[in-house]
Design a protein around this ligand. Structure first.
Ligand code: PLP
Length: 201
């Protein structure tokens, strides 16, 4: 046990496979260490092939991937974004920073996920997007949400920070909405210290 471990009650224990230092060394030796190197390409390929995403881009965090999502849907002053009342601040921060109003929707009775049945009453002509969070990898009711999105012509962004290799009716989470963001922060299931990616369908 290290001195740090003796003195702290850990919030989480990062999952390591044992090959990390070998790969870090390989990356350093390649002299391409700021991104867009061989491991970036491997990650893009893995996500696109394994989960069938149309396009994947590695980012420095899930927070940054959500920034990209907010920019891509052209979030502007006066837009309303429907989001779950229970989530991490990054789910909505990027939209707040661009002047959007966050309209929080209550959770399901038995989970922290957004209650899809309560969304439609919150939709107005200003609603631009619904952000869903599959909390701890538990899938949100995506059929109901995608139907609403189509009916009202609004975007669905999946904050899939917790949801690598999690599924809804056999479909990978992150592959159902218009855009998705994943996290590789050390508290998540697949980690890189800090990191994330953005996907579109
Ligand atoms: C639901 C949710 N979204 C987004 C994030 C942000 O992830 P990152 O630390 O990779 O920016 C987190 C981090 O815990 C999260 O729990």
């Amino acid at each position: 046990m290290t001195e740090f471990e003796r003195r702290h009650v850990g919030f989480n224990k990062p999952y390591l496979t044992g090959k990390e230092t070998e790969y870090i060394l390989e990356s350093v030796k390649s002299r391409k260490i700021s991104g867009d190197g061989v491991f970036t390409k491997k990650c893009h390929d893995f996500f696109e092939k394994r989960f069938g995403f149309n396009k994947v881009l590695l980012t420095t965090s899930c927070t940054d991937a959500l920034e990209m999502a907010a920019i891509l849907i052209n979030t502007s002053q006066g837009d309303e974004i429907i989001a779950p009342a229970y989530t991490f601040v990054s789910s909505v921060n990027a939209f707040v920073l661009r002047g959007a109003k966050i309209v929080f929707c209550d959770s399901e009775e038995k989970s922290p996920n957004i209650d899809a049945k309560k969304i439609e009453e919150l939709i107005t002509p200003n609603t631009k997007a619904i952000v869903v969070v599959h909390y701890a990898g538990m899938a949100v009711d995506m059929d109901t949400i995608m139907e609403l999105a189509q009916k009202h012509n609004i975007y669905v962004i999946e904050d899939a920070a917790h949801s690598i290799d999690s599924y809804y009716k056999g479909r990978p989470l992150g592959s159902i909405g218009h855009l998705a963001a994943f996290s590789f922060h050390e508290t998540k299931n697949v980690i890189s210290g800090e990191g994330g990616n953005a996907c579109n369908q």
